[in-house]
Design a protein around this ligand. Structure first.
Ligand SMILES: C[S@@+](CC[C@H](N)C(=O)[O-])C[C@H]1O[C@@H](n2cnc3c(N)ncnc32)[C@H](O)[C@@H]1O
Length: 277
């Protein structure tokens, strides 16, 4: 039996509000570029409609929002879990009614956006949360809405940041999003040159994207078998299970009853799929 895959860093050191707030309080913000990320700046320059609803999750010091506002955009929301940071941002953007600054957990956030900017947020999350990220992004985007920004195209010894590859992102986002762009970025900030992918992923509004808690799997072999069972159902377009086997992301053409899913895995009584989130 293969060993249980676990995100060691996140188990030993939960990547929660306290962890992130400490980074801002102690000024250990090595990820902070000190300026708008060049590829995102170039991308913003291509956008014409200044009234679109934009979200920047895990915004940090958000030079991106600053640049976006300078260009005349009128509907920007930034969200971050770290209270110290959010206090600073409220001072920085005081009296600017074009920005909504939210203290909170991205996964609890409600809203509808045309564009969500990805800038070192995905890589800051424990890899076990990647399926939840896809589910939440799909939920927050309006019809034809997009995630645009950067993902690392490399691995790291330990995280955060947690890396990844184009192959992994393809498997994760496929069917839930249409890939308008996913290519090696040519104008990354110097320290990240050659190690980022620029992505532009458009919400596929023709499908349902659901996330289900799952119990009973302890190895990659069983994960693959269960994924194959679900994938064999006619209306299911993609199945992606989290690396700790605790959640399964299912993209389908129509709603699939929980009983139907449970029946597919009834060959092992340990396996339980729960009500979707
Ligand atoms: C690596 S930093 C990147 C910050 C910023 N995007 C940048 O590039 O400078 C990750 C950010 O995500 C925030 N964060 C982590 N988990 C979060 C969550 N669940 N909801 C909202 N923000 C979160 C952290 O507080 C931190 O500011």
């Amino acid at each position: 039996m293969e060993e249980l895959q676990c995100c060691v860093v996140s188990c030993e050191k939960p990547l929660d509000k306290v962890y992130w707030d400490n980074q801002y309080q102690s000024n250990t913000t090595g990820w902070d570029l000190g300026e708008v990320s060049p590829p995102i700046k170039s991308y913003i320059d291509t956008l014409e409609d200044k009234a679109i609803q934009i979200l920047i999750p895990g915004c940090g010091n958000t030079y991106e929002a600053e640049y976006i506002l300078e260009q005349g955009f009128t509907n920007v929301t930034v969200i971050d879990i770290a209270p110290t940071l959010i206090e600073n941002l409220k001072t920085k953007f005081k009296n600017n009614s074009n920005i909504n600054i939210v203290l909170g957990d991205f996964f609890e956030h409600q809203g509808e956006y045309d564009l969500i900017i990805e800038q070192t947020f995905f890589c800051a999350l424990p890899p076990t949360m990647r399926q939840k990220y896809v589910w939440k992004m799909h939920q927050l985007l309006a019809n034809k809405g997009k995630i645009s920004g950067l993902l690392f195209n490399r691995t790291f010894e330990s995280g955060p940041p947690f890396g990844g590859s184009q192959e992994e992102y393809n498997l994760l986002f496929q069917q839930a999003f249409n890939f308008l762009k996913m290519e090696v970025c040519q104008n990354s900030a110097t320290p990240r040159a050659g190690s980022e992918l620029f992505i532009e992923l458009q919400k596929n509004s023709e499908v349902l994207v659901n996330l289900y808690p799952f119990e009973g799997i302890t190895c990659n072999g069983c994960k693959n078998t269960v994924s194959e069972k679900f994938s064999a159902l006619e209306s299911i377009l993609n199945v992606s299970m989290s690396s700790n086997f605790a959640e399964v992301l299912i993209v389908s053409k129509v709603e699939v009853a929980l009983e139907t899913l449970q029946k597919e895995i009834a060959y092992d009584e340990k396996y339980k799929i729960k009500q979707k989130l």
